[in-house]
Design a binder for this molecule. Structure first.
Ligand code: WT7
Length: 657
């Protein structure tokens, strides 16, 4: 999500937080690691040869002729190559004798509601679904909107589209009818795949009425294909077709045709910081190459031994790349969980880890900080000794949250991989490698082999070690977005105009003394305090490093003296009591950790923070509160009542000193 109009940006970002803890890779893991230091050397010597090697891990119907064609900022990878993504994710594992291997252990939210899909099962299901799409008149290049709960039919629908060359556009099941309609319209989808509903927090939660409302205004939609999941009543429209009627009667044989490496695979909308959603377009060969390679490298995946679980929703890019395409291309065994972490109890995640003996776990800082808030005693009740590598994605992970995750979930033995990437990048770009990197809590460390990232000042000059500024990517990468659907100019303006010849993702970052990278949050969130550009991430991390704090969000509010002043919102840990002197305590703690410049003017203890449905803190709304404005647009909030809870706290907010 890059900013639409970069503005009010820092010249350089202050580097305040110093962190000295180091965690070496476990000796046994390092000795058997899939990827070693040699990969960096090889990629640095010949980047394109490195990606060719990664592409060769896939099965191509026709090998490519040219590895990269770069008409900046438009890239084509593996030109002339042909492959079928669904064949790579499913059929080839069956053909190579792995048909009985489990692809997905699916765990529904209602306890005991489970399904197991082997690669054989997946092949039949995907083939039937592909035949069903063909019967509905869907052809190569057509767009299919997918609005579903986290049930096996979701990846099956995506793979069926990929198989026939239709372009899926998965819309997260929490979005409104208006959001769904605008996405259906933008991509001009002719089919919508949905379900009656899904389970959320212990109850069936309807999806179909939202689809009906959206589709009523979308004449281009010819059919709505509906999976029966909850059995709740659904109003029938003349476009409806039941999945169990149509798909179940199809042949389970379907021959996948090869598609061009640059044929579109999917569109995924990202809202960015303002207004109209952007349809991020990903294509076939480069995308699958980088998702598969990074999944293997970053998690050190051993497909015959590992049980992998990514807790994201498939409606986000994390789910696309690391529940569906990367893991399946690698022939992995994954867990998919339908519901929320607190249903029916706050130990549900750890119960699932214990039940399936999960070895590789991938989750988000927002979830980790919630678990911190709930208390250490909950994960302590479960046997999680199976875990071997644990990952984080979505926001900067505060050092304290990283250490909590490492100790309480990873048993102090698992490397934590903090993976930086975006919907637009398609796959992980900056991350430790678990068998190579000596981890620093809070740092995403180094660009992966084959990725050329840097931190630059506002003139686009590389900053020295110890300096902060703007993260940029200097060279094209295989899984990069190709454009914004239907809007090349917006693609150029949004990502390629801030710095000449460089991709600007919209994030601030710093290089430490060793040259390792630390992500500092969105540049639109940076605060300008007495002439210093201070990142929200560093102040939040300082707050979270106090033993009483589980989660923090800070914003800059207009201040007559300092230009902007720091206002902090904190959630206390499960065990901490709110006391009169907590605010003074925390202010002093930040001043001691980062220096007096970063001392918050105000601290508000709040029960919750405003977050998007993907778990990112919406600082824009907190700025409204901090500046006593009426709170802006809350439609993208996961829970719209949160702002009332926070505003209630405001009268008690007083500035000390
Ligand atoms: C933005 C992208 C990548 C899949 C999920 C989010 C932030 C993501 C990290 C990280 C610091 C991170 C960035 C990025 N972000 N991962 N490890 N450390 N920040 O995809 O919704 O497109 O969001 O999330 O700000 O630009 P997305």
């Amino acid at each position: 999500m890059a900013p639409e109009t970069p503005g009010n940006e820092p010249q350089a970002l202050s580097n305040l937080l110093h962190e000295n803890r180091r965690f070496e890779p476990p000796v046994e893991l390092a000795a058997a690691a899939n990827v070693t230091e040699a990969a960096y050397t090889q990629a640095a010597a010949d980047r394109l040869a490195f990606w060719e090697g990664a592409a060769d891990r896939l099965t191509w119907a026709k090998r490519w002729e040219t590895t990269l064609e770069w008409n900046a900022p438009f890239a084509k990878w593996f030109i002339g190559g042909e492959l079928n993504v669904a064949y790579n994710c499913v059929d080839r594992h069956v053909e190579e004798g792995r048909g009985d291997k489990v692809a997905y252990y699916w765990e529904g939210e209602p306890e005991g509601d489970t399904r197991v899909l082997t690669y054989n099962d997946l092949k039949s299901e995907v083939s039937k679904a592909a035949n069903a799409l063909l019967e509905l008149g869907v052809r190569k290049g057509d767009r299919v909107a997918v609005y579903m709960p986290m049930i096996p039919e979701l990846p099956i629908a995506m793979l069926a589209c990929a198989r026939i060359g239709a372009i899926h556009s998965v819309v997260f099941g929490g979005f409104s009818a208006t959001a769904l309609k605008s996405r259906i319209d933008d991509a001009d989808a002719k089919l919508v795949i949905t379900a009656d509903g899904g389970y959320r927090r212990g109850n069936p939660s309807a999806l179909k009425p939202t689809v009906d409302e959206a589709v009523a205004q979308c004449p281009q939609v010819e059919h709505v294909l509906v999976v029966r999941r909850t059995g709740q009543n659904v109003a029938a429209t003349d476009k409806d077709v039941w999945w169990h009627d149509l798909v179940e009667r199809q042949s389970d044989q379907h021959t996948p045709e090869p598609h061009d490496a640059e044929d579109p695979l999917y569109i995924l909308y990202t809202s960015g910081t303002t207004g109209r959603p952007k349809g991020i377009l990903h294509t076939t060969g480069g995308y699958l190459t980088q998702t598969a390679w990074t999944h293997d490298a970053v998690f050190d995946l051993k497909p015959d031994k590992d049980i992998y679980w990514c807790t994201a929703d498939i409606g986000w890019v994390t789910g696309h790349s690391y529940i569906v395409y990367g893991p399946l291309a690698n022939g992995a065994t994954s867990v998919i969980y339908e519901g929320t972490p607190d249903t029916p109890h706050r130990g549900r995640f750890w119960e699932i880890v214990q039940k399936y003996k999960v070895t590789l776990l991938y989750t988000a800082p927002t979830a980790i900080r919630t678990f911190m808030k709930w208390g250490d005693d909950i994960p302590a009740k479960y046997d999680m000794s199976s875990l071997r590598v644990i990952g984080s994605v979505g926001e900067p992970i505060n050092p304290e949250a990283y250490v909590w995750y490492r100790e309480n979930i990873g048993g102090s033995r698992c490397p934590v991989v903090d993976t930086w990437w975006q919907t637009e990048t398609g796959a992980v770009m900056i991350s430790p490698l678990p068998g190579v990197t000596s981890g620093k809590p809070g740092a995403a460390m180094r660009p992966l082999p084959g990725i050329v990232a840097d931190v630059v000042d506002d003139q686009g000059n590389s900053v020295p070690n110890g300096g902060g500024g703007f993260l940029v990517i200097r060279e094209p990468w295989p899984s990069m977005l190709r454009t914004i659907w239907g809007d090349d100019q917006r693609y150029i303006d949004t990502y390629w105009s801030r710095f000449e010849g460089m991709y600007f993702p919209g994030d601030g970052a710093k290089k430490d003394e060793d040259g390792d990278l630390w992500l500092l949050g969105r540049v639109d969130d940076v605060m300008l305090i007495s002439g210093h550009n201070i990142s929200t991430t560093e102040v939040e991390s300082a707050l979270v490093s106090h033993p009483k704090v589980a989660e923090a969000a800070v914003v800059g509010a207009t201040d007559p003296v300092t230009g902007q002043a720091i206002v902090s919102f904190v959630i206390l840990r499960g065990t901490a009591e709110e006391s009169d002197d907590i605010a003074a305590d925390l202010r002093n703690h930040v001043a001691k950790t980062l220096g007096p410049i970063a001392k918050p003017r105000q601290i508000l203890v709040v029960p919750e923070l405003p977050k998007t449905r993907s778990g990112k803190i919406m600082r824009r709304l907190l700025r409204d509160v901090a500046e006593n404005r009426s709170v802006g647009d809350v439609t993208t909030l996961a829970d719209s009542t949160v702002m009332d809870l926070i505003s209630e706290k405001l009268p008690s907010a007083k500035s000390e000193d």
